[in-house]
Design a protein around this ligand. Sequence first.
Ligand code: CDP
Length: 217
Amino acid sequence: MIVAVDGPAASGKGTLARRIATKLDFAYLDTGLLYRGVGMMVVDRGDSLDDAEAATRAALAFDPAMMDDPRLREDAAAQAASRIAGVPGVRAAMLDFQRKFGTFPPEGKKGAVLDGRDIGTVIFPNADVKLYVTADVTVRAQRRHKELLGRGTPSIYARVLQEMQERDQRDRSRSAAPLTIAPDAIVIDTSTIDVEAAFQKAMAPVLEKISRQNRAQ
Ligand code: CDP
């Protein structure tokens, strides 16, 4: 079983996806880490983030072990990711890993939850459940700002907001796998609800799908 969770930055999709995976004992993949990893590789190699060939070369050499690099959690990695994520060669290189992860989840798990931008539209267009998690951009920027301060990273709200708007714009307007709502996705707006309420909303269609599949067996 595949649960696809897509949405813009700081919408709460990662928290939600992780909780769903824990609840169901499914494998979980934060696909943003793949693009963050490739972005950081390009920076580390001294190449330009605007060089599509350099980004594709980095993506082809990407090792999933790099996902553990703590630098990937920083905002610089998110910005770098969004600049290379529109390169078709990068997306093609990441496709196989994601499909394998979902189709053959590690540790013999019975399903997988993947979060990203194009899971329900490109990676798994036939996912069992598709969620699109969103929130007002000012709410999302506030969340990211607080998260950064909480980690002891200096942060200016206005700057976080501006960078988030730029990143959203880039992710939505690119031609390769742009961020869009799949027609069959369930939209969860977390602007005014807490994590627990969002989790309940997300679990309802997942549990319904599981019971329908059990009945069909
Ligand atoms: O958590 P947050 O939304 O801030 O970042 P993320 O999910 O780690 O994604 C970082 C960037 O990677 C996004 O802005 C996208 O440009 C890109 N990305 C993507 O293109 N496709 C994915 N499936 C996941 C991330």
